[in-house]
Each structure stands twice: as structure tokens, then as C-alpha cells.
Design a protein around this ligand. Structure first.
Ligand code: GAP
Length: 424
């Protein structure tokens, strides 16, 4: 099994990520998130929102609609330019992205015969418009109103996290290329001339954020798009690539969108989207630096980075011939922070009291009394719980419990009334 296959199987087994509509055979490139997967995803989004919206005074959040007037996509250039090159194999009748090595994927091996590449627009069409392929446009169309109500001055940013949809020709590599996903992005408005400096600053901040999720630095590298491959709106784009099990691929990107979008919407809508600087009395269309991030791609990178298979390290009553899986999630992102485990069911009452006390401080904790203690440790290691609190017969005498660290397996005894603080 490849590492990715192991991760797909783990994600399903532990209820993190499951194929969408699976009872009907699924739907290509669509996934559902089970209880732990959703908790992990929400923790990632919360960390992003705290870092870039709550902890900063110069960025405000919005939530714009998934459906936007079709004119938006005409003005933004998506209707004409949001295309991939598609080829079809005349032998196996499958469709492929032309730049995706179709000859390696065509079922007909050496016999394949491909059509000439043709442009394929990857926006999902609805009756009157499209499902948005990015959240950015809502931040441009709302620019003037957000500016007025937030009373920000340039430089300032607008942020949002939201569902986006792309009719990808081929979906692949689990969460990496899907048709429905979430984007977290910021449109940071600056004065023309200040854009190159802001770009450099954002690249640093963006990478710092990715590192703050616990991803290892050696698994990240920058990739600057060559001029001829830039998106229709970009003057400069740098991706941060991650070393996924299937190769170095784009995790996230940073683009200098110049004044392309505001200018285009100003022309098409006839509305004045200029910024007025009260200090200099200047009126201008700001430039935009855009850090953008697919939440699913980050989640997959976090999982790949945290996933480890080790020789059995816990004593379980069942045979331990297989490998054990540990997810070394950063405690701030782990779906469950603490598991409370009585050594045996005879200690349920005392353990439930400890659980209730901890629940006052932590909402994301779990109580488990079923099966051997070794098996329960293994289960918590597999979902990435950083701490297990065990109640044993000694607890009845000394009011102390054992705290076990997921990564080092170090066990420490501590007074019940001190553990909430210790874990914090
Ligand atoms: N507003 C700019 C924009 O949408 P993009 O590079 O096309 O830029 C943004 O997409 C991010 O969304 C990417 O950096 C990537 O993380 C993620 N992404 C793009 N297509 C995706 C797909 N099919 N599945 C999962 N994530 C995707």
C-alpha cells in the first residue's frame, strides 16, 4: 500500500473523511467529513480566522453568496478564461486534462489516440449563472460597502472562508483535487507602488501560518509561476508547494492581482469603485495582494505530515503483529484534546467525575471505557489525541491520575485538581 492509500483507509476507518454519497457508489471528487474530520477542519479554519481576522485590526471578515450574478464572471474574466485544456481518448472514451500526462492514465496503453486539446471551462453552470470557483469576487463586488462600514484605510484587507466549486476534468489524489472544497482567502488592498513590498511581507506571513499548523518546514518550498503561465489576472504568483506522498504540489498561492478585478467590475457595473484617500485627496483603484488557501489541501498536508506508522508500542491483549498508527497533530488542531480512560469499568464512577470536571474547561474531550486500556490508547493515538488521562485503583487512595503524552508515551501522575491546568 502507498502512503496515500494508507491515509485514505485510515481516514475512512476513523471517520475523518468518507466518500460523498457512498451508499450509491459515490460521486467523483466529492467527500464528506465525519465527526473527527469536521472537528479537525473547523480547528484549521478557526486558527486561520483568528490569525488573520481576529488578531489583526486591518482585516475584516465577510461571507458573500456562493451564487453571484453572471455579470460578475463575465467581468472577472472567468467566463472566457477559467479553462483547462481537455483531450479525449478515442479508444477508451475517457477525458483527461491535457497537461496531466494522459498517456499514463489512458486504459488502452500504447494504443491510445487522443483528440486535439480543446478549452474546457471548469465553472459549474447553473440555470442562470455559475457556482463560484473562488470566493474572491464577493470581496471585490462588496469592496465599497465593506470599506464604508468598516472605516478602514488603505492598506487593509477583506477575508472570507467559503465553499467553492470546480468542474475538474479529472479529480485525483484524495482531497487534493476535488470538485467541492473550501477556500480561505484575503484580498489585501494596497496603493499601486506598495504592491511588491506587500507581496514579500504576505509571503512570509502566509508561510508562517502554514508552519503554525505543525507542518515541517522541510516539506514546504516556493514555486514562482513563469510569466507565460500566470492566471489572466495576475502580475506575479508564488505558490507554496507541499511534499505530498504523490509529489511536490501546490498547497497554497499568493498572487498580485493588480487593479484587474476592481477595474473590470467598475467598467462592467458602471459603479465607482475608486478609493478616496482623505489625507492626500487622491482617488485611485487599489492594487490587490491575494493570499489564497484550499482548506482541504491544507488538511491533507497536515494529515500527511502527522501520519506515522510505528512498530507496536502499546501492550494490547490482542496479537500485535501489525503496525500502529499515530497522528502527531498539533494539540491546537487535534479533534480531541484529552481522553479520559478508567483502567477498568469498576472505576467508571470516579472516571466520569474527572471527565465532568475537565469538560468544564475543554469541550473537545472524550470518555472511553470499552476494551483493554492498551487498545483504547491505540485508538486515541490513531485519532491524534495528545493526552490521555487514566484513572486507576491508586486514584481512589491518592486522588491522582496518570497523564500520558501521545508522542513520548511519558506518563506523569498528577493531582486531579491540577490536570486541567497541566494540560493547558
Ligand atoms: N482566488 C484565487 C484562486 O482561487 P487558485 O489557485 O485557483 O486561486 C486557490 O485556488 C486555492 O484553492 C489553491 O491554492 C488550492 O489550495 C485550492 N484548490 C484549487 N483547486 C482545487 C481543487 N480542485 N481541489 C481542492 N483544492 C483546490
Amino acid at each position: 500500500m502507498t502512503k496515500l492509500e494508507k491515509i485514505v483507509s485510515w481516514a475512512k476507518r476513523r471517520g475523518f473523511i468518507i466518500p460523498g454519497s457512498e451508499i450509491y457508489g459515490g460521486l467523483g471528487g466529492v467527500y464528506d467529513f465525519g465527526p473527527y474530520g469536521l472537528a479537525l477542519k473547523n480547528n484549521i479554519k478557526r486558527l486561520w480566522w483568528k490569525t488573520f481576522v481576529e488578531d489583526r485590526d486591518d482585516i475584516v471578515g465577510i461571507e458573500s453568496a456562493i451564487l453571484m450574478n453572471r455579470a460578475v464572471w463575465q467581468a472577472s474574466g472567468h467566463e472566457t478564461s477559467f479553462n483547462d485544456e481537455l483531450v479525449e481518448c478515442k479508444k477508451c472514451n475517457k477525458r483527461f486534462k491535457a497537461d496531466d500526462k494522459p498517456e499514463e492514465k489512458c486504459q488502452k496503453g500504447g494504443e491510445h489516440e487522443f483528440t486535439k486539446p480543446k478549452s474546457f471551462n471548469t465553472m459549474f453552470k447553473t440555470a442562470d449563472t455559475y457556482l463560484r470557483p473562488e470566493t474572491a469576487q464577493g470581496m471585490f463586488t462588496d469592496f465599497k460597502q465593506v470599506l464604508e462600514v468598516s472605516r478602514q484605510k488603505i492598506p487593509f484587507g477583506v477575508a472570507q472562508i467559503g465553499k467553492s466549486f470546480r468542474n475538474e476534468i479529472n479529480t485525483k489524489d484524495f482531497l487534493f483535487r476535488v470538485r467541492e472544497f473550501e477556500i480561505a482567502e484575503i484580498e489585501y488592498f494596497v496603493k499601486k507602488g506598495d504592491d511588491d513590498k506587500a507581496f514579500g511581507e504576505w509571503l512570509k506571513l502566509w508561510e508562517e501560518f502554514i508552519l503554525s499548523t505543525g507542518i515541517k518546514k522541510e516539506n514546504l518550498k516556493h514555486y514562482e509561476h513563469p510569466k507565460e503561465a500566470l492566471s489572466h489576472y495576475s502580475k506575479k504568483t508564488v505558490d507554496i508547494n507541499y511534499n505530498y506522498p504523490f509529489g511536490w504540489k501546490e498547497l497554497t498561492g499568493l498572487a498580485n492581482r493588480t487593479d484587474f478585478d476592481l477595474k473590470a467590475h467598475m467598467e462592467k457595473s458602471g459603479q465607482d469603485l475608486n478609493y478616496f484617500d482623505p489625507e492626500t485627496n487622491e482617488k485611485y483603484i487599489p492594487y490587490v495582494i491575494e493570499p489564497t488557501l484550499g482548506i482541504e489541501r491544507l488538511m491533507l498536508a497536515i494529515i500527511c505530515d502527522a501520519f506515522e506508522e510505528v512498530k507496536p508500542r502499546t501492550k494490547t491483549t490482542e496479537a500485535t503483529t501489525g503496525k500502529e498508527v499515530i497522528l502527531h497533530f498539533s494539540p491546537k488542531l487535534a479533534p480531541i484534546k484529552v481522553a479520559v480512560l478508567p483502567l477498568t469499568k469498576k472505576l467508571s464512577k470516579e472516571a466520569k467525575e474527572v471527565y465532568s470536571e475537565l469538560k468544564k474547561c475543554y469541550s473537545d474531550i472524550e470518555y472511553d471505557e470499552s476494551g483493554s486500556i492498551g487498545r483504547r490508547y491505540r485508538r486515541q493515538d490513531e485519532i491524534g489525541t495528545p493526552f490521555c488521562v487514566t484513572i486507576d485503583f491508586e486514584t481512589l487512595k491518592d486522588k491522582k491520575v496518570t497523564i500520558r503524552d501521545r508522542d513520548t508515551m511519558k506518563q506523569e501522575r498528577a493531582k486531579i485538581n491540577k490536570i486541567a491546568e497541566m494540560i493547558k
